[in-house]
Design a binder for this molecule. Structure first.
Ligand code: XMP
Length: 326
């Protein structure tokens, strides 16, 4: 299990048949590795951890203990989807922790981007660690490490992803998709029956909405961010843009501008739409979004999201602007 190099003759998993063969092989391997012991997994709801969860449920059922930590910075409906798919549909042994208040209290007043990231990452590890210590008889830790994580970092699950785990946790690792590329993980996820919306999810930073609610996070702006992001995603899906645009989201800055609502002056937040196409996230271009789609999103955000009086579209390519705003 220590082999971290993809064999030169390993076929690219591009079809359901190849995915099925991979799944059978991994199910057998995991059963051989784990025996009747228990395995712990931090299940974020991202593609990699979701596919690992589904694979392990198939292999060892309730011997897998999934922990989903809601840090309060998830997109609308994400934690609910994790519970629906894994607990209700796949009958997983899932522990759900709503740590929203813990994270938002710690983040209150913190406006420096890297400090925000550190707090979110550090607190995630703490919450997960506390939960893990309450559980008994865990021998293994499963991780959604994929091949690019091994190639790009030192084999640790994406260096800047929330999901890094306590270093003193003395578990043997179970990493069934560590030799797969992202597109292969998605094919395997589909073969395991995970919903398309989960398997084809666009990239989402570990610190979540925390890096899009600019400056010091407040609950009102976070709510505006979550609602406007949900509207954007819904309208992009309706317009068939979800498959064409690599990453798209909204940002809420920490300044206000003047508006007029119901004949009265308002002083409210702007919502910025960010949409990019890229191959490797190192450079990115801004796609031309049909005007009617932008208009629909604008009308809906202004009508449905409290505290917002302006909608902007960010035209900046990377470089110079990064994809995220902080
Ligand atoms: P930037 O903003 O650097 O983003 O152009 C490139 C890609 O990385 C994602 N990103 C992150 N992912 N933790 C993550 O897991 C982070 O702190 C983080 N910051 C940026 C970003 O969404 C984009 O896909």
């Amino acid at each position: 299990m220590n082999n971290n190099t993809r064999p030169a003759d390993m076929k690219r998993i591009s079809t359901p048949e190849l995915a099925e063969a991979f799944i059978s092989e991994q199910v057998a391997q995991v059963r051989a590795q784990v025996g009747d012991k228990k395995v712990l997994l931090a299940l974020s709801g991202g593609v990699d951890s979701s596919v690992v969860a589904a694979l392990l449920i198939k292999a060892i059922g309730k011997q897998l203990v999934c922990v989903h930590v809601n840090h309060g910075l998830m997109r609308k409906g994400e934690s609910e989807q994790v519970i629906e798919v894994f607990k209700n549909q796949l009958n997983a042994n899932l522990i759900y922790i709503d740590a929203t208040d813990r994270f938002l209290d710690l983040l209150a007043g913190v406006d420096e981007p890297e400090r925000k990231r550190k707090i979110i990452g550090g607190e995630f590890i703490k919450v997960f660690d506390e939960e893990a210590r309450k559980l008994e008889g865990i021998s293994f830790l499963a991780q959604g490490t994929i091949y690019p994580d091994i190639l790009e970092s030192d084999g640790v699950k994406a260096h800047h992803n929330v999901g890094g785990l306590p270093e003193d946790m003395d578990f043997e690792l179970v990493e069934p998709v560590k030799l797969l590329f992202k597109d292969e993980v998605r094919v395997v996820g589909r073969a395991l029956g995970l919903p398309v919306s989960m398997v084809e999810r666009q990239p989402f930073p570990g610190p979540g909405l925390g890096v899009r609610c600019l400056g010091a996070i407040t609950r009102d702006r976070l709510a505006a961010l979550r609602e406007s992001d949900a509207i954007l995603r819904e309208e992009f899906s309706k317009a068939g843009l979800a498959e064409q645009v690599w990453q798209y989201f909204t940002v809420v800055p920490d300044f206000r501008s003047t508006g007029v609502r119901d004949g009265k002056r308002a002083f409210d937040w702007p919502v910025i739409i960010r949409a990019v196409n890229t191959v490797d996230a190192m450079t990115a271009t801004v796609p031309e979004i049909p005007w009617p789609v932008l208009q629909t999103i604008t009308s809906r955000v202004l009508a449905e999201v409290p505290g917002v009086c302006r909608v902007l579209y960010d035209l900046t390519p990377k470089p110079v602007g990064t994809i995220e705003w902080e």
